[in-house]
Design a protein around this ligand. Structure first.
Ligand SMILES: [Zn+2]
Length: 281
């Protein structure tokens, strides 16, 4: 298995024959509005350009996987790019119909994953009313024979659901957002600094951190995060790839493989429509 960090939450996951492009945001730097609403430091997004060579790499994608419809996970240029290539878009049952309305060949991954075993692990993008307004997000546990198992958490805080999924599924690799996003008011929208440390403690294998240094309301830096992890004795367990960096993982823990459970069928709430509208995708 290989993971190439592209930018923000956009990665290319190579798993067996699959080359899955996850959460593509292709906008040029400064094209999207700032997301930080209060307490200054609002800047236009994304903060950085796509890394050199990523266009060619992404041309090799065989499928696309979306965790949720916010513009830092799928934006209008990415939608046009996917349509032009006729790529299938895997998503959760919540996003499928809306993505189809946008002209994409969106398929519920649980029904369409072929040789991949999948469990959708609902994610919670913030606390209280803000978390509700941010809308539903899907995390994914993916398992393929002879490859390491992987859990892509999606934008989430550390809920009991996330903790239980890690304890039950024992993912060999976890990919998690570490930007500690904050609108400038209220609690963080994703894992807080304390939760990032707790997450690594719970992880049975490696943790890959992304969603860093690309969006204005994500204030955690890679240097700061690496320092925090080192201070907690987690340097060996944690990977904080630069944009464009490729990581390789081998399946060295076959005995821990756990089969995913049957999916819980969630229904989108009214805020799903609101967030999709707001994102402009
Ligand atoms: Zn995000």
């Amino acid at each position: 298995m290989q993971i190439t960090q592209i930018r923000n939450a956009t990665i290319l996951l190579e798993l067996g024959e699959h080359r899955i492009l996850i959460d593509p945001m292709f906008s040029s730097a400064g094209v999207l509005p700032g997301f930080r609403l209060f307490r200054g430091e609002r800047r236009k997004n994304p903060l950085t350009e796509l890394p050199a060579g990523s266009e060619q790499l992404m041309e090799t994608a065989t499928e696309v996987l979306i965790t949720h419809e916010h513009p830092d996970h799928i934006d209008p240029p990415a939608i046009d790019w996917i349509k032009a290539r006729g790529l299938k878009v895997w998503c959760s049952s919540i996003d499928a119909s809306n993505l189809r309305r946008k002209g994409l060949n969106a398929q519920n991954i649980v029904e369409d994953a072929g040789d991949l075993s999948v469990e959708v692990i609902p994610a919670t993008h913030g606390h209280g009313m803000i978390g509700w307004l941010m809308g539903p997000v899907a995390g994914y546990f993916l398992s393929l024979p002879d490859e390491p198992t992987i859990y892509i958490t999606g934008d989430t805080v550390l809920t009991d659901r996330v903790k239980h999924a890690i304890a039950r599924l024992k993912p060999q690799v976890i990919v998690a957002p570490a930007g500690t996003a904050n609108f400038g008011v209220g609690k963080d929208l994703m894992f807080s600094k304390r939760e990032l440390i707790e997450l690594v403690g719970l992880a049975p294998g490696k943790v890959v951190f992304n969603h860093l240094e690309s969006i204005d309301h994500c204030l955690m830096t890679r240097a700061n995060l690496s320092q925090i992890m080192e201070k907690n004795g987690y340097s060996e367990k944690v990977l904080v790839p630069a944009d464009g960096e490729k990581l390789h993982f081998s399946n060295d823990d076959r005995d821990s493989r756990v089969a995913p459970a049957q999916p819980v069928d969630s229904k989108p709430g009214v805020q799903k429509w609101l967030t999709a509208k707001f994102s402009g995708t």
